[in-house]
Design a protein around this ligand. Structure first.
Ligand code: ADP
Length: 164
C-alpha cells in the first residue's frame, strides 16, 4: 500500500493541481492532498474553505482525501503513514525551487521520498496567483479552475478589488 501526499497552498485549487491529483490517484494506492495552513501567510481562502473546495472537486476519486496541516510536512506524513511527497513541475524554475525543499525533507526524515510529476502541457502556465489576477480583473476563469468553483472565486475577488 503506497500512500502519497500532495502538499500545497491551493489558494485556490487550479485545473493544473487537479490534473496532478487525478494522475497520482492512478499511480498510488492513496493520495492525501495536504493544504498548508500557514498562520503567517493568509490567502484569499481559509484552510477550511480550501479543504472543502478540493473535497468538492475530487469527490469522484475514491482514493483521494484532503486535510490541512501546520508545521513540518514530514511530521504530518508520519501521522498519515505516508513516505512519498508529490510535487508538480511546470518549469525549471519550479525545479529550482523544489530541489532544496526535497533535500531538506530528506535530511529531516530519510524515509521520505520526493517524486516529481510533470505538469500537463495544457496547464503548465497556470498558477493560483495567475487565477487570482484574472479574477481580480474580471477575466474569464473557464478552463483555469474547476467550474464548480468559478462562482466562489469570482465572489471572493470582489473583496480584494479595492486593493488593485
Ligand atoms: P501555486 O504555485 O499555483 O500557488 P501551490 O503552491 O499550491 O500552487 O503548489 C502546490 C504544488 O502544485 C506544487 O508542487 C506546484 O509545483 C504544483 N503546481 C502548481 N500549479 C501547477 C500546474 N499548473 N501544473 C502542475 N503542477 C502545479
Amino acid at each position: 500500500m503506497i500512500k502519497a501526499v500532495y502538499p500545497g497552498s491551493f489558494d485556490p485549487i487550479t485545473k493544473g493541481h487537479l490534473d496532478i491529483i487525478r494522475r497520482c490517484s492512478y499511480v498510488f494506492d492513496e493520495v492525501t492532498v495536504a493544504v498548508l495552513n500557514n498562520p503567517n501567510k493568509t490567502g484569499w481562502f481559509s484552510p477550511e474553505e480550501r479543504v472543502s473546495q478540493i473535497e468538492k472537486v475530487v469527490s469522484a476519486l475514491p482514493n483521494v482525501k484532503v486535510k490541512s496541516f501546520t508545521g513540518l510536512l514530514v511530521d504530518f506524513m508520519d501521522e498519515e503513514g505516508s513516505d512519498v511527497i508529490i510535487k508538480g513541475l511546470r518549469s525549471t524554475s519550479d525545479f529550482d525551487y523544489e530541489c532544496p525543499m526535497a533535500l531538506i525533507n530528506k535530511k529531516l526524515n530519510k524515509s521520505k521520498e520526493t517524486m516529481f510529476m510533470m505538469s500537463n502541457s495544457k496547464y503548465s502556465y497556470l498558477s493560483s496567483t495567475a487565477v487570482k489576477q484574472v479574477a481580480l480583473f474580471k477575466g474569464c476563469l473557464q478552463g483555469l479552475i474547476p467550474s464548480e468553483l468559478e462562482f466562489e472565486v469570482r465572489e471572493r475577488a470582489k473583496k480584494y478589488e479595492g486593493e488593485i
